[in-house]
Design a protein around this ligand. Structure first.
Ligand SMILES: *[C@@H]1O[C@H](CO)[C@@H](O)[C@H](O)[C@H]1NC(C)=O
Length: 424
């Protein structure tokens, strides 16, 4: 039944794709053979009830083109808690970095730190670090809105992205791992008889996401203590001034300088908000590999990859090839360090919002290839002439034509403008 539903859904989305005016030319593929692209079917549910779910993207090490790279020990997950839902305490053998995509919630981490007050309110745009092994639980007290959280895991036990989630407080479902100890050990550890233990460890069957009443919510919230200070506080990414902004988009970014907890994961978090019909100018990262999750909107991504020698020989000798894929909300792509990329928001939509986790981010620099801050403009005049084998004037004409930086007009807008200026 479930698989039938899934296949009919993907059939449906294929039809929808054909019906929705393509964001770009017919050459665009949805993933196709793009080794850096992951669609929604690349996620597998690890927990699911009618009140919420957690799904994790397949390990990046499963892709030959990524295996052995920076992404190996990271995983990406998506958590959803329905309105008035409690998510049971568990701990993971992975550091977690949370980004609140939608809604609000109250998150508690135990054991409590020295500052106390490890209960924190989180809302859309918050970034929060949860250290490996911390027992963490969550309440969505809202009566209407679901809470959605992107979770970047950095696995500590496995170099290839395997991780485990452990429930101590639970029963049959979620299964408490305490049940796995021999009963005489359980009895001795808790100084209790088997029947007494069974009374608490043999009950829960509702799963990790449970519905809570108004009254239970009041009781849960009454235990809140401490403030929003201390090292366990979230960082509100969206309330910060964008690190870059123009009429074509905004970039919000947080590094370990603003939120030192990010150093533990060696990650920077950024959110690019590209207006409809615009794009991020071509760029590459000096050190960081980026995991990009499309939060909303539609568009496409083009990346340049160097061909292996055998591949280049087969097809007329081109060294580089583009890998391209259309993207929409809930899909993921990986941009390895050094690889040039352009991200385009479909025209006539709501724009494209992309959340990026930059891995191995310390001292990373994002280097732009076109635009006001394009790196090629920094070449000296002789270097330009020697490298392009063209007169400097011609080189400069091209390099200086793009007046915007970072966010620029996309191809459709640029060509429309070209047509207009030819007419006038
Ligand atoms: C994204 O940009 C649009 C305007 O194009 C704006 O309305 C929206 O609030 C922005 N979102 C974020 C998260 O910056």
């Amino acid at each position: 039944m479930a698989s039938k539903l899934v296949s009919s859904l993907s059939w449906l989305s294929a039809v929808v794709l054909l019906l929705v005016p393509a964001a770009s030319s017919a050459a665009a593929t949805r993933g196709g053979t793009n080794p850096f692209f992951f669609d929604r079917r690349s996620f597998a549910y690890t927990a699911k009830t009618s009140h919420g779910s957690f799904k994790a993207l397949h390990a990046f090490s499963g892709r030959t083109q990524l295996r052995g790279g920076a992404t190996d020990s990271y995983r990406l997950g998506l958590l959803r808690a329905a309105p008035r839902t409690f998510v049971l305490p568990s701990h993971w053998d992975a550091d977690e970095l949370l980004y609140v995509l939608k809604g609000r919630g109250v998150i508690t981490q135990v054991p409590r730190g020295r500052e106390g007050g490890d209960t924190q309110e989180i809302s859309e745009g918050d970034v929060l670090w949860v250290p490996a092994g911390t027992m963490v639980y969550l309440l969505n007290a809202d009566a209407k809105e679901s809470l959605r959280v992107a979770v970047l895991l950095r696995t500590i036990s496995s170099p290839t992205g395997d991780y485990m989630e452990f429930f101590a407080a639970g029963g049959l479902e979620p299964e408490s791992f305490l049940r796995a100890f021999s009963s005489e050990l359980q009895e001795a550890a808790f100084n209790s008889r088997r029947e007494e233990l069974e009374r608490i460890l043999g009950r829960q069957q509702k799963g990790a996401f449970v519905k809570v009443t108004e009254e239970q919510i009041r009781a849960l919230l009454s235990h809140r203590e401490g403030g929003q200070s201390g090292t366990r506080s979230p960082f509100p990414l969206l309330s910060q001034k964008p690190s870059y902004s123009n009429d074509r988009g905004q970039m919000h970014e947080v590094t370990a300088r603003e939120y030192p907890q990010l150093r533990r994961l060696d990650v920077v978090v950024s959110l690019a908000n590209i207006t409809a019909g615009s794009m991020e100018a071509p760029s590459y990262n000096s050190k960081a590999t980026r995991i990009a999750l499309v939060i909303s909107g539609e568009g496409y991504v083009e990346m340049v990859r160097r061909r292996r020698r055998e591949e280049a020989a087969e097809e007329g000798g081109a060294r580089y090839e583009k890998v391209r894929s259309e993207v929409s909300a809930g899909e993921v792509f990986v941009i390895p360090a050094g690889q040039p990329v352009v991200t385009v928001a479909a025209s006539g939509g709501e724009g494209l919002q992309v959340l990026c986790f930059g891995l191995q981010a310390e001292e990373n620099r994002r280097i732009f290839l076109a635009g006001e801050n394009g790196v090629l403009k920094e070449l000296e005049r002789e270097t330009k002439e020697l490298s392009f084998g063209a007169p400097r004037k011609e080189v400069d004409e091209v390099l200086n034509a793009q007046k915007r930086s970072i966010f620029v007009e996309g191809p459709q807008q640029a060509s429309r403008r070209g047509a207009e200026s030819r007419l006038s």
